[in-house]
Design a protein around this ligand. Structure first.
Ligand code: GLC
Length: 802
């Protein structure tokens, strides 16, 4: 079943049926001011932190309420509806609507009883407040007398949890005031602007309106709704008069009504503006929309669109697959920017209480934007290097208040208490290697390796030294066989292998890390270190070959007491995805092992909705460190189709030149490919989720945890480096696509180091990979490699696959 379509021209997803199987969301704003909005206007807003800067209330687990509601009422008939289908929820026989989610804006169109409305929601670029602009048009043939009301439900406390649970306190700290064109909400009014112990700042909130006089207002939620009413039938809307009530205690809100008359064909613009600012600033902001709201809104929206479309345009593909094109050109790319920006801070699933950046998550998120915005990526790489401890390990959680050089670490009780992370994880700092490597490849900026960056706790070092310390960390944490220890977790949060147990996945990451650093060391003539790395690489390779290859698969690791995890003969969890894909990505597996391991994945783990993380799920035979058994079988890490590793299996198949399989995996897991099966997938068809329920689940194919997932970056990398085969290194660009053999031609437009590359591919012979010839600006070059010296402002590349 379909609920909408991709408008690739406008880079929008258009929802044509509002009763979507889950709230389908979009992100507005920036970390200074963030907002999440669903296709029914549900969602919330916050300044700086979803946990400590919460402005609008949203009740999780309550199917998408409350939200940024705009109500319309026909004063001649007393009938009323909303600018988004919900909350009033008129019959879809008579109420027609569309929601357009675009890049950092959302538009709701509705037609009901001869009134057309368009509500545009956005946060202006580089501003810390939001705008809901309503254009309302009389499409009937008689004059209409309407009341238009905007409603925003404020939290009583900036701290989300306090607002939800500590009611004996938060019901008695807030008041609202009417200021002519706006409602002002104060919190702890007797101590204005005072920072609180939890780091949140109590500031005034405002909800203002321009474009019409306020006819009535309400600042008290209970009065607005009326007892035993709900958002779908508030008494203030039913009666057409908000009663001019304010709150003193209990729950506040901002509700403002305007009465307007429209002649047939006439339109009017009203803007509602919401934020957390001092009253003076609020007055100025609302005032700035008064002169010509329509023009200002138009300008601000085009500024936003130009900004985002400009970023996305740095890579543009035109292939025979619309599902692939829309993900690469718009939605996966935008999803990468959202994870890069928001980490796991705020969604309809993450309430914002994880008050920091997960180390591995963030370092991986960066990879998703490197090809589009290397200058943004490097800022964040610097930040993450400054969250590496001087022993080489990464801080499992990097606080939003991170202060390089002065942080406590998992070795300190204070860190453990504050973050809840009791120990180092095996993989965190190892993610730096592919991320730094990709950045240097994209930018050519090898000097980055010499930049000096502080450690999290004390001291500083060059990036090159930071990377050496990450190697040291793994070398200093080896398990029983001499492979990297599993520690508190590896990529898999649910795998506790301990200080002596070992992780094959981390061993492959470590192998790749040594290879990457080895190249840099060789370039710098650090010969001693090259030797050191080579020796250790060989040693590790030997251990891996001797202990981890099990006929047609690599095992997952070893427990402290010597049990092997992921053996063919195990009754449960005998086949794991990640060791197979990473044996290839790391360059470790022999050709024979690679192909066998990948075939085993395909034969044992693949499903029509993607590849399961392992199988069979744990049920009766788990071991002590197998935390995933807490999940139902087929869910999350317990045999679910975890989405992030889909990117790695796409990449692994592509690196082997298996374009058909790489693309098959892409299609199985691509949100866009599920557009007409939305009732099965449930999640938005335009963003990734954390996992899809596996075969063991009665809801096989249903996906969860929208938007903020490492999947965005791994699948992006799998597609860009893998399927499209764009693999830059410090000296140039290797191009080695692995595509479905049915593609006869496609093009890539890529901005690269200040030049524009237009690459046309021909594949008349229907191969999956290969390079018959390549011309750069008409000149034949060897090895499908574009040396940086050949780049010109407009570089034309003709590539013949077969
Ligand atoms: C979640 C976590 C991520 C972890 C993954 C697998 O996505 O955010 O850190 O690697 O689960 O457990």
């Amino acid at each position: 079943m379909k609920y909408g379509y991709f408008d690739d021209e406008k880079q929008e997803y258009v929802i044509t049926r509002p009763d979507t199987p889950a709230p389908w969301a979009n992100y507005l704003g920036s970390p200074a001011y963030g907002a999440i909005i669903s296709n029914n206007a549900g969602g919330y807003s916050f300044a700086k932190s979803g946990a400590n800067g919460r402005i609008l209330r949203y009740v999780f687990n309550d199917f998408d309420q409350p939200g940024r509601y705009i109500y319309l009422r026909d004063n001649d008939t007393a009938d009323y509806w909303s600018a988004s289908w919900q909350p009033v929820g008129k019959s879809l026989d008579t109420y027609k609507c569309e929601c357009h989610h675009g890049t950092a804006y959302t538009k709701m169109f509705a037609d009901y009883s001869g009134i057309h409305s368009e509500a545009d929601y956005y946060v202006p670029l580089n501003r810390a407040y939001e705008v809901w602009n309503l254009k309302v048009t009389n499409t009937s043939d008689r004059p209409r007398n309407l009341t238009v009301t905007g409603f925003a439900e404020f939290t009583n406390d900036c701290n989300y949890e306090q607002d939800q649970v500590n009611l004996q306190y938060t019901l008695f700290i807030t008041q609202t005031h009417f200021m002519g064109n706006r409602i002002r909400q104060t919190i702890n009014e007797n101590q204005p602007g005072k920072d609180k112990a939890d780091g949140s700042v109590a500031e005034d909130r405002f909800f203002g309106m321009t474009g019409a006089e306020v006819a009535s207002y309400c600042g008290d939620k209970e009065k607005f709704l009326g007892r035993y009413h709900n958002y779908g039938n508030p008494v203030g809307i039913e009666s057409g008069d908000l009663g001019n009530e304010l709150n003193y205690n209990e729950n506040s809100c901002g509700a403002l009504s305007a009465v307007i008359t429209l002649q047939p064909g006439e339109s009017k613009d009203l803007a509602f503006i919401l934020g957390m600012k001092s009253d003076e600033e609020a007055a100025e902001i609302v005032g700035s929309y008064e002169a010509d709201p329509e023009k200002k809104v138009e300008e601000e929206l085009s500024e936003l669109i130009n900004y985002w479309h400009g970023k996305l345009a740095h890579l543009h593909v035109q292939t025979p697959s619309p599902e692939f094109n829309t993900m690469i050109n718009t939605w996966n790319a935008y999803n990468c920017f959202m994870t890069f920006t928001w980490s796991r801070a705020a969604s309809f699933i993450y309430c914002g209480l994880r008050n920091g950046y997960g180390y591995r998550d963030t370092v991986q998120d960066i990879q998703g934007v490197i090809h589009l915005a290397p200058e943004m990526a490097v800022e964040q790489i610097r930040f993450m290097l400054s969250a590496q401890v001087d022993n080489g390990g990464g801080l499992p959680l990097v606080k939003f208040t991170h202060n390089p050089g002065h942080e406590d670490t998992p070795d300190d009780a204070s860190y453990v208490q504050e973050t809840g992370h009791p120990a180092y994880r095996a993989d965190d700092a190892l993610w730096l290697f592919p991320t730094v490597n990709k950045y240097i490849g994209e930018s050519g900026n090898t000097a980055f390796l010499d930049e000096v960056i502080p450690y999290a706790n004390k001291g500083e070092a060059t990036v090159y030294e930071h990377l050496k310390m990450a190697i040291d960390f793994s070398m200093n944490h080896l398990g029983n066989h001499g492979m990297p220890a599993g520690l508190y977790a590896d990529w898999n949060d649910c795998l506790r292998l301990g200080a002596n147990g070992e992780s094959t996945f981390v061993a492959f990451q470590f192998y790749l890390a040594m290879k990457i650093l080895g190249k840099y060391a060789a370039d710098r003539n650090d010969t001693e270190y090259v030797k050191y790395l080579e020796e250790n690489e060989d040693k590790l390779a030997k251990i891996l070959q001797e202990n981890c290859w099990n006929e047609d698969r690599f095992v997952r690791g070893f427990t402290e007491d010597g049990q092997t995890i992921g053996k063919r003969t195990d009754p449960e969890a005998n086949m794991w995805l990640n060791p197979q894909s990473w044996s290839v990505i790391s360059g470790f597996a022999s050709d024979e092992q690679a192909d066998k391991a990948l075939d085993s994945v395909y034969n044992i783990l693949n499903t029509e909705y993607g590849v399961m993380l392992m199988d069979p799920p744990y049920h009766k035979h788990s071991f002590d460190g197998a935390l995933m058994v807490i999940y139902n079988q087929g869910e999350k890490e317990n045999g679910g189709i975890f989405s992030q590793p889909q990117g790695w299996i796409i990449l692994a198949e592509a690196l082997r030149g298996h374009g058909n399989r790489a693309f098959k995996y892409f299609m199985e897991s691509a949100p866009s490919a599920m557009n007409d099966k939305a009732e099965i997938r449930k999640l938005e068809p335009y963003c990734h989720g954390q996992f899809t329920e596996g075969k063991a689940s009665p809801h096989f194919g249903r996906s969860h945890v929208h938007w903020l997932t490492g999947t965005a970056s791994t699948v992006m990398v799998g597609c860009v480096e893998g399927i499209l085969g764009l693999r830059p290194d410090a000296k140039g660009l290797k191009i080695a696509p692995s595509i479905p053999s049915e593609w006869e031609s496609f093009t890539i437009d890529k901005d690269f180091r200040g030049c524009h590359l237009h690459i046309t591919f021909r594949n008349d012979g229907h191969a999956e990979s290969g390079c018959k010839s390549m011309k750069v600006n008409g000149k034949e070059v060897d090895g499908c490699y574009v040396p940086a010296e050949l780049l010109t402002e407009q570089t034309e590349i003709e590539y013949v696959i077969s």
